[in-house]
Design a protein around this ligand. Structure first.
Ligand code: GLU
Length: 176
């Protein structure tokens, strides 16, 4: 069972996310990561292993930000590794995801045919590309997430941020 946390507000986002992930540790996980919007870009830090690996990676960093998402992963598609750890990105979108995309093979084939490149072995990265594809049609993040997940079969929950909208994150769930 993985865990998801998201934050928007005046506090130090990095600290809030790491604290949230610490509280979710009891659920079990094999890797952890966070993504924040900082200086107009998305910064992702993720590590296989215990949360202490991630906190050590971030020990000498202060990612100034007021919005971000975090994740503890329990691998279902792709082995535990830094590359497969969440958050995953496509275009200016980053997301964390709990659950399984049942129709990921068909969706991945379709996205690869369109020329999209994948950096992980996860089913999750497919959702990032689906959202990016909807945003490329000019949709705002909530509409893009809604129309992307309409194409996904399975039970899941997710949280998404977009680099050009540093004021909100979108969360969605289906049977999870
Ligand atoms: N299916 C996703 C993966 O393997 C999410 C797993 C989870 O729920 O942590 O990365």
């Amino acid at each position: 069972m993985c865990g998801i946390v998201g934050y928007v507000g005046p506090r130090n986002t990095q600290d809030v996310l790491l604290d949230g992930l610490r509280r979710l540790e009891y659920r079990g996980y094999d890797s952890a990561g966070i993504a924040v919007i900082s200086n107009g870009g998305i910064q992702v830090r993720r590590k296989k292993g215990k949360l202490t690996e991630l906190t050590e990676l971030l020990a000498n960093e202060k990612l100034g930000s007021h919005i971000g998402i975090g994740h503890t992963r329990w691998a279902t598609h792709g082995p535990p590794s830094d590359e497969n750890a969440h958050p995953h990105q496509a275009g200016g979108v980053a997301l964390v995801h709990n659950g399984i995309v049942e129709n990921y093979r068909a969706l991945k084939e379709e996205l690869v045919r369109e020329g999209r490149e994948f950096k992980s072995a996860t089913d999750t990265e497919i959702i990032a590309h689906l959202i990016d594809r909807e945003r490329a049609k000019g949709k705002k993040l909530p509409e893009a997430v809604r129309d992307a997940i309409a194409q996904v079969e399975g039970t899941y929950s997710l949280a998404v941020i977009a680099k050009d909208d540093p004021t909100e994150f979108v969360a969605a769930r289906c049977g999870s």
